[in-house]
Structures are given as structure tokens and as C-alpha cells.
Design a protein around this ligand. Sequence first.
Ligand code: DC
Length: 226
Amino acid sequence: MKKGPVIAIDGPGGVGKSSVSKRVAESLGFKYINTGAMYRAFGLAAKESYVDFKDDLNLQDYCRDINIEYSTDTGRIMIDGVDYTDRIGTDRAGELASKVATKPSVRATLSACQRMLGEEGRVVMEGRDIGTVIFPDADVKIFLDADHEVRAERRRDELVRSGAEPSKVSDILEERDKRDASRQAAPLKQADDAVHIDTSSMTLDEVVKKVLTVVNERLNIGNTGR
Ligand code: DC
């Protein structure tokens, strides 16, 4: 049960959820929680522990003993004492994340962790299923979207900024979006009561301002600069 306001920001890959969510959290003085980072770190950690993603029992066993630490102060993510923060930005991590994210045992493990992190409230949590599954009673739900090519361009920029080599970005994004939206367990979809924002022709500043306006209307907090 949440004890304070939760702002859920969901949407497909490359839409700019992290940049927007961070800025919104900063502006409100809320904590920022990146649930995609947890799936990414989990994917890397499971792979490095030789877990067979196709073997459900193997995955379930791995989930049972795992220790996940996510710092809402620094955003650093540790699994079983290993810090994955600096390695989660790659395409490989994204690919592994999208694959393990289809598995109910993995979702149950990470969902429990995410609810615990968010229940104190005063958080902005971003992901794919925050408004639909993790906090269906979130105070504000935003669904960010953009045309495929715009998202591919944003993802390219993101990879370049993080020092990675962007290749086949558009195809990879399409494949991942399909997998995220078509899986049985908590697929990517907009909550019925979410505010849909098409960010295709908006700047980051404009999106942040729009989200803060919605937050302000719902909660009467947040300076929209109007
Ligand atoms: O947001 P991201 O690109 O870091 O997410 C990586 C993958 O993790 C994404 O393809 C799907 C999965 N994910 C998820 O299933 N549910 C979430 N709440 C967040 C991420």
C-alpha cells in the first residue's frame, strides 16, 4: 500500500522516459526509480550466472536466492553484491532485459522489489507496466509515445552519448517493442486512466513541462513555469 504520491511514467523504448522522469522527479523533489535498469541488470547477472533463460525452473531457482539493491539516491543497481550500473546502457543489456522480462518468475521478483521501493511515495517510477500492474493506484499516470523513427533517433543519440556504437537501432527497437507489447505477463500497454502524450514533435523541455502541468492539475504540486 503506498503511503505518498506515486507518478507512473510508461512507454515504449527510445521515447525518452528516463530523461523526462529524472527531470520531473528533480523538479518535484521526488525520488526517481528506473525499473528498466533492474531488468537490464537482472539480464546481465542471470547470463553471467549461466542461467538458462528457456528453463523456467532454472530461472525460478535463480530468482529465489537473488539479492537486488537499488539506490534511489544514486540510481546504482547491484545484484548479489555486483554493481551493474555502468554496464546496463548497452544494446546487449537491453536485449537480455527484454527477454527475461517475458518470464513471470522474473517479473514477480522485480515487481515485489519495485513496489517496496515505491510504497513510501514521493516517487517518479518509469517502465512498461507501472500504471497497469506495479501501481495501478498511482496518483498520476503518464504514457509517453512517439513515432518509431523519432524514437530510433533518440535511442541512437542515447547510445552515442553513452559511448556505445549505434547499429541497426531501428530494427532492434522494433523487435523489442513487439516482444514487450505481445508478451503475456504485464505487456507494455497504456493504462485506461493514463494521460497519453505524443512527444514526436516535442522537445525534452516541452515534455517535462507538459508532465508537470498534469501533475499540478492532479496533485496541486510542481512548478510548471507557467
Ligand atoms: O526501459 P528500458 O529500455 O531500460 O527497458 C529494458 C527492457 O526491460 C524492456 O525491453 C522491457 C523491460 N521492462 C519491462 O518489461 N518492464 C518494466 N517496468 C521496465 C522494463
